[in-house]
Design a protein around this ligand. Sequence first.
Ligand code: PLP
Length: 498
Amino acid sequence: QRTHRFEVDHLKIFFEQEMGAREVDYGETMAGIVRQFAAELSEEETDTPFYMVNLSHFARQYLRWNHYLSRIRPFYAVKSNPNGFIIRVLNELGAGFDCASVEELDVVRDQCGSNFDCASNIIYAHPCKPVSQIHRFRNAGVQFTVVDNKDELKKISVYWPEAKVLLRLRPDDAHSLNPLSSKFGASEHDCIEMLRLGRKLNIDLIGCTFHVGSRCCDAQIYAESIRMARRIFDVACSNEFGYKFQLLDIGGGFMGHHSEEPTLPKVAALINNTLNSLFPENEGVRLMSEPGRYFSSSGMTLVCRIIGRRIVTQSRLNQEILSSPHSLSPYSGDDTDSDANSIEQDEDDAVGGVCDDQPLPALAPLPAFSWAQQTYVTTPKIMWMSDKKNIYYINDGIYGTFNAIIFDQKTFITHYLRMSSPTEDNEKDISGKNEKHFKSVIFGPTCDSLDCVAHAIDLPVLNNGDILWFPDVGSYTCSSASNFNGFKTTKYVLFWNK
Ligand code: PLP
């Protein structure tokens, strides 16, 4: 383990001189900081979305980790956010890295410089490895990897015989928001089979790993998994097998936000108690972990602009209904109304057009995605249009940062910030003091109607150029974003605070 360099003076120089970040005073509100950064964009950039990155957040998370889980060295799971800035900060402080692909390996090596030692600082933590990638990890000097099945052991014996291998166990991850056990992990019985095969193939099995599922809501699963690992350690080190197990990796799954339960102090207390009784320090087993979102989640804020809008305030809608010659239907009158009518008609057509004895198309049902403040349950096209809501188009969307709504079941918290004065569209509520809020839809920038960030969120009437900003967007967002239709948020503004 390397010397950690936490002193503020050292970090100040590192953040400012080596990473080009500037200090920001958190006495300002976050909204104030967003406004300040947005105001500094050049004229050509004003409608460019960007991330505000607080480098000191990553350092603080590292300090908290060391405080609560001092026996366990974190290997940051690069998949959660592979940006160079987070890798550099965590490397500076002494973390290792969990890489699952050559691309992740390359970015870590690029960021960490020529003295970086892959052997002690990287684990190739993918249980199913393409042979070509095994070659690259091996040539880079990486030592540690994981397996969860006998075929993979055979592959290792041929292509990476000197690897130090961890058996990946399969915990019960039913209480995790993003479970992994349907894809990876071996039962205790399978582990024993692998111990047997490992002996025959002369593989250097050195310990166990597990992943309790990402965002694990039940801390007891860590304790249960550590108990399972202890059982496998005991069998492996018994006379029957004679291995010298010396490494336990407790994986990821820790929450990314301080307020999310179970909090780090709670999980850590349980993990420490279990480790102290089952893997006491004097036994000399080394402990590591692979936290991803724990480090990356809260360090980034996304700042978007409204680049287009279609406004239908409720009072106008009421007026339209009253003044409409066909007052039975609120959807008749102007052009938009007839659009809505025709789409509703399509919906009717679709229902009427289904022939009972026709086989149903073999499509999986849509998952119940958790949208900002709403749950997405039905075909979006029809729903958006048949409701009279204000519509805003922003410059990042479901194919970009908000892909996490689908792939990570993430809920985004929406804040707005006026960059212009309210216009005549704005109305006051009954008290006459506050702005009225209206049900609004937020669409992303692409030409696809599925590109919807929120379909019924309460917002006042906002203008083109106003800002919507979203905190805590660091994990599983930019790492899985595409540039579909040519849109992708690529601008990062780095800062730090004391
Ligand atoms: N390690 C492995 C093997 C993983 O598959 C993952 C996430 O999928 C992680 C670590 C990181 O998990 P988390 O972000 O929940 O900490």
